[in-house]
Ligand binder design. Structure first.
Ligand code: PMV
Length: 341
C-alpha cells in the first residue's frame, strides 16, 4: 500500500426490503435470504478525508454538526474490519455526511450511511493500491457494509438486490449482496414508486439490533426463516410472469410478518402506530373499491412505504394518497422515491 492523504466523495441510496431480513447469527450472518429494491432519492452523501501517518481517530459531521456518538460507532466499525482492510487504522479520518431525506424522519439512514462509508473505504483502497478490479471492490464494499448494518450490503447495487444464500438465485451469499438478474424481472416491476408516509417522526422505541436479537428466543423464528425461503421461490415466479396480484399479496404478507414477529417476541413490542393501521385499512378499502395496484410494505418502524407501479394508473393513486392517506401522517410528511432499472 502507498498510503497518503486522500479524500473520497461518495453517494449511496437507501433500500426497502420486499422479503425481510429479521434475525441473524454470529458474524452478521442473516437467518434467511432477503431481497430489496434500491431507492433513488433517499441517499446519504459522504465525504471521507484520510490523513495518513496520524494517530487513528474518527471525527464525524452530520449536516455540518459534529456527531460524537456516530464517530464512536464508526471507530468501532473500523477496528472490527481491520482484518479485511489492513491499512484502515493507520490514519485519521474526518467524515462529513448528509442525508437527502429529513433527519429523524424515521427513515433508516443506516443502510445508505454504511453503504456510503464502505464505498469511500474501497475508493481510498483503490487510491492506495491498484491490486484489485472494480467488481471485486464493489463486492468487498457490500461485504464491509454488511458488517456495519446488515441491510446496508444491499444498497451497493441498483434494482432488485438479494442478500443471503438461496438456491433460487445464482451466486447469492450470506456475506455480500448480489443483483437479482434483470432479465428475470417482468417490465411491470422495473418502474415502481415508493412514497414513504412519515407516520411518526423520531427515534423508534426498539432498535433493529435488539429486534434481531429477540428472534433468538422467538417460538416462531424457525417457521419464519423457512417461510422466507419458500417466499423466495414464489417471488421468483411472480417476478418472471409479471404477476402483480401475487406480488402485492406476498409483499404485504412479508411486512405484516415482520411486525407479527415483534409482537411474538419476549418482551413483546409494537412499532406500528394508530396511523400505520389506519393507512393499511384505507389502502385495503381503496383496492377493494378500485382494483388499482396500491399496496404497502413496512420497515422496522411506524412509517408506511406505499408501493405502486408506473403503469398508467399512478395519477389516480397519487390523488388518493394525497387526499386520503396524508391526513394520517404526523405533519403531512411524505418522501417520494422511485425505482427504475
Ligand atoms: O440492517 P439492520 O440490522 O438495521 O436490519 C434491518 C432489517 C429490516 O429493515 C427490518 C428489514 C430489511 O431486510 O431491511
Amino acid at each position: 500500500y502507498n498510503l497518503h492523504n486522500a479524500v473520497s466523495v461518495q453517494t449511496c441510496p437507501s433500500n426497502i426490503a420486499l422479503i425481510k431480513y429479521w434475525g441473524k447469527y454470529e458474524g452478521q450472518i442473516p437467518a434467511n435470504p432477503s431481497i430489496s429494491y434500491t431507492l433513488n432519492n433517499c441517499r446519504t452523501n459522504t465525504e471521507m478525508e484520510f490523513f495518513a501517518d496520524e494517530k487513528f481517530s474518527v471525527q464525524t459531521f452530520l449536516g455540518g454538526n459534529e456527531e460524537l456518538k456516530f464517530a464512536s460507532k464508526i471507530e468501532k466499525f473500523f477496528q472490527s474490519i481491520e482484518k479485511y482492510l489492513p491499512w484502515i487504522l493507520s490514519g485519521k479520518y474526518i467524515i462529513r455526511t448528509e442525508n437527502t431525506f429529513p433527519h429523524s424522519s424515521g427513515i433508516a439512514s443506516s443502510a445508505s450511511g454504511f453503504g456510503a462509508i464502505a464505498k469511500c473505504l474501497m475508493d481510498l483502497d483503490e487510491k492506495f493500491s491498484a491490486a484489485e478490479t472494480h467488481n471485486f471492490r464493489l463486492k468487498k464494499a457490500s461485504f464491509l457494509a454488511r458488517l456495519g448494518s446488515g441491510s446496508a450490503c444491499r444498497s451497493l447495487y441498483d434494482g432488485l438486490v438479494v442478500w443471503g444464500e438461496t438456491s433460487e438465485v445464482a451466486q447469492s451469499s450470506d456475506f455480500f449482496a448480489v443483483q437479482y438478474p434483470g432479465e428475470d424481472v417482468h417490465s411491470v416491476f422495473r418502474n415502481f414508486n415508493d412514497w414513504v408516509l412519515l407516520i411518526h417522526e423520531g427515534e423508534k422505541s426498539v432498535s433493529s439490533t435488539v429486534g434481531h436479537g429477540l428472534m433468538n428466543t422467538n417460538p416462531y423464528a424457525e417457521s419464519r426463516f423457512a417461510e422466507a425461503h419458500t417466499n423466495f421461490k414464489i417471488l421468483k415466479t411472480i417476478l418472471k410472469e409479471g404477476d402483480l396480484h401475487g406480488f402485492i399479496k406476498l409483499v404485504e404478507h412479508e411486512a405484516l410478518t415482520l411486525h407479527a414477529m415483534m409482537m411474538m417476541s419476549d418482551p413483546a413490542f409494537i412499532l406500528m402506530k394508530n396511523g400505520t393501521l389506519n393507512v393499511i385499512n384505507a389502502i385495503w378499502k381503496f383496492r377493494e373499491e378500485t382494483g388499482l395496484p396500491l399496496f404497502f410494505t413496512l420497515d422496522a418502524g411506524a412509517n408506511v412505504h406505499l408501493l405502486f407501479p408506473s403503469n398508467g394508473t399512478e395519477e389516480e393513486i397519487k390523488t388518493f394518497i394525497i387526499r386520503e392517506l396524508l391526513p394520517h401522517t404526523q405533519n403531512g410528511g411524505v418522501v417520494k422515491d422511485v425505482m427504475n432499472f
